[in-house]
Ligand binder design. Structure first.
Ligand SMILES: *Cc1c(COP(=O)(O)O)cnc(C)c1O
Length: 393
């Protein structure tokens, strides 16, 4: 057998994806103003962004970032442990711990890396990582890389999770779940999972990428929304790039957990610290997310308006109470075609297709933001109703 040629194999995979009509297309946004973006010279209402609170362009974040750049310059210049850790990082970590009700918090450059860091630090060969079937790719990769056995349970099904844990009573275990599922917008049964983990001596890990800033008292996230404290949900990961409008992520939990991560989490140790100016901007974002409850209430009013308007127009939605409001489209071609029709009438709504979602689970992923205007939402619903009807003909 000759040695397989890597570029030929890559080209074949690419060609297959093209035949399946599933090629992903990278598009460049030419300008941003509030909830409008310009793509291909056309101004569109943006319903694809995870900037749920509309903070990415907020003047207070811009000012905090500029001030920090004036003070520190741009790059941190080194990893946290090798001289890259600054006042801005330390202050943000303290603020995040306080906000989420955890002893400590630790910054990572991305949520993807934070998840890899946690699993890689805690798990090893012979352990088990039990996960919801619809968890984010970064949690799946984290389990796979950790060397632990990786098993999944039925979506949002604590009984199914229990069976998976009980089948491996002797293995050290993490049960990991998205709190808000990134492509469905629905919620994990966190309370049931917390009870299960206590009973089975497993450690609950919550990925709150889409809950932080949006849910819970003071926007502190999903665990607080259902009354789970550090003792019930010992590992909390959340990102700074979605509702908080910046970039990066953090893990929050006990002092012992955080000190362990500082020692052993490879995606923490072996990477350049996030620019201090981003930490300063994120810090300003946390202040607004905590204190400006009107912004959060506005977002939740938008969610209610969208769901009510969809029901009135006979548009089927998934059961979601969060800013992620997917509109099922069935096959990928239909989803892409609806997205194109929407774009033709002035709305950017990404079509999500396999492998990001299960086969035949293609959908339009509508993301709502406090930055939207009420009438943008009404007009999107009108456009959606027309596009869906056109596809049915
Ligand atoms: C976006 C996301 C991540 C990754 O966070 P990044 O900071 O963008 O790398 C992790 N988990 C979930 C559920 C996400 O939606």
């Amino acid at each position: 057998m000759p040695r397989p040629d890597l570029s030929a194999r890559l080209a074949a995979a690419q060609a297959q994806r093209a035949r399946d009509g599933l090629l992903r297309r990278l598009r460049t946004v030419e300008s941003v103003a509030g909830s409008r973006i310009t793509i291909d010279g056309k101004s569109l209402a943006d319903f694809g962004s995870n900037d749920y609170l509309g903070l990415a362009q907020h003047p207070a974040l811009r000012a905090a970032l500029t001030r920090a750049v004036d003070c520190w310059g741009v790059g941190a210049g080194a990893a946290h442990l090798l001289g890259g850790h600054r006042d801005e990082h330390a202050a943000l970590e303290e603020k995040l711990a306080l906000w989420t009700g955890r002893e400590r918090a630790l910054l990572f450059s991305t949520g993807y890396m934070a998840n890899l860091g946690v699993a890689g630090t805690l798990l090893r060969d012979g352990d088990v990582c039990v996960q919801d079937k619809l968890n984010h790719a970064s949690l799946i990769d984290a389990a796979r890389l950790s060397g632990a056995e990786f098993v999944r349970y039925r979506h949002a099904d604590a009984d199914s999770a229990r069976r998976q844990l009980r089948a491996r009573p002797d293995a050290a275990a993490i049960l990991a779940t998205d709190a808000v599922f990134s492509m469905d917008g629905d919620l994990a049964p966190l309370r049931e999972l917390a009870v299960l983990c206590k009973r089975e001596h497993a450690t609950l890990m919550i990925d709150d990428a889409h809950g932080i800033g949006v849910l819970g008292p003071d926007g502190a996230g999903s665990p607080g929304a259902v009354g789970l404290a550090q003792n019930d949900a010992p590992i909390l990961m959340a990102t700074l790039g979605k509702a908080l409008g910046v970039a990066g992520a953090f893990v929050a939990g006990s002092t012992a957990l955080i000190e362990g991560l500082v020692q052993f989490a490879r995606p923490y140790v072996y990477t350049t610290a996030m620019p201090p100016a981003l930490a300063a901007a994120a810090s300003a974002a946390v202040d607004i997310a905590r204190n400006d409850s009107e912004r959060r209430e506005r977002l939740h009013r938008h969610i209610a308006r969208f769901r009510h308007g969809a029901a009135q127009r006979g548009i089927a939605l998934l059961p979601s109470s969060t800013p992620i409001q997917p509109v099922p489209a069935g096959d990928s071609a239909t989803a892409s075609s609806i997205a194109q029709r929407l774009e033709g009438t002035g709305f950017y709504v990404p079509a999500i297709r396999p492998p990001s979602v299960p086969a035949n689970g293609a959908r339009l992923r509508v993301s709502l933001s406090a930055a939207h205007a009420e009438d943008q939402i009404e007009r999107l619903l009108d456009a959606l109703a027309i596009a869906l009807a056109a596809e049915r003909r």
